[in-house]
Design a protein around this ligand. Structure first.
Ligand SMILES: CC(C)(COP(=O)(O)OP(=O)(O)OC[C@H]1O[C@@H](n2cnc3c(N)ncnc32)[C@H](O)[C@@H]1OP(=O)(O)O)[C@@H](O)C(=O)NCCC(=O)NCCS
Length: 187
């Protein structure tokens, strides 16, 4: 797939655009910076992110929310990202992060809506993920998208100790990507 095709475009009245596009290795510093500012994200080393973009890495979908509008306000233009690994019929959501000040505007939903057709194209039949039981925001987010609980793992997480809740979304049954994109809510 080409690295920089826009999967979603929203243009402001000033002509600046916010897009979802495929991530590439040059995005790693901004991805790491965003991840480090987000305590509930999965935490990887910079080397692990770089390895995810190597040609020998497992098949992945890597998307970023790239916003020229916020760049004009002197902020980092990358305000969200998602990484998902494809293993046979499974698409494992490895991380999804939206910058704290941009949450609850629909960006996470747009990223997931872009993931689904990309995962289907790579022949995945379901999206799987695990999340801290205490991460109620993320759990509400996944449940609103139609994910269903499949299992739990006791004391799976450390620092602090927490159970993991496992979710799945069957792609054949999911219609969220065929819904028209919801306009983003202003801040
Ligand atoms: C989870 C996350 C990616 C959601 O991104 P987002 O852009 O804020 O999500 P959206 O605006 O698309 O929210 C869609 C729906 O999810 C639910 N939701 C999202 N955040 C929520 C919150 N803080 N509390 C309750 N429900 C929430 C709501 O139902 C929301 O719809 P509504 O705003 O119409 O009520 C974001 O909160 C985040 O980056 N969290 C920190 C990192 C993290 O926990 N990642 C997941 C690790 S497994």
């Amino acid at each position: 797939m080409p690295c920089c095709s826009a999967l979603y475009v929203q243009t402001s009245s000033q002509g600046a655009a916010a897009i979802i596009r495929q991530a590439n290795i040059d995005d790693v510093p901004a991805i790491v910076s965003l991840e480090r500012q987000t305590p509930l994200a999965s935490h990887w080393s910079e080397a692990a992110y770089r390895a995810a973009f190597e040609p020998v890495a497992p098949a992945r979908v890597a998307l970023v929310w790239d916003d020229e509008v916020v760049e004009k306000e002197n902020q980092n233009r990358l305000q969200g990202f998602l990484l998902a690994r494809i293993t046979a019929e499974d698409c494992e959501l490895e991380n999804i992060v939206v910058a704290a000040e941009f949450q609850r505007r629909g960006i996470g939903t747009q990223l997931m809506q872009a993931l689904i057709p990309a995962a289907r194209e790579l022949r995945a039949l379901r999206i799987l993920l695990e999340v801290r039981e205490s991460n109620t925001a993320a759990r509400s987010f996944y449940e609103k998208l139609g994910f269903q609980i499949t299992n739990r793992r006791q004391s799976y997480y450390n620092h602090p100790t927490d159970d993991a809740v496992l979710y799945a979304l069957a792609l054949m049954e999911s219609a969220i990507d065929s819904r028209p994109p919801r306009p983003l809510r202003p801040s």
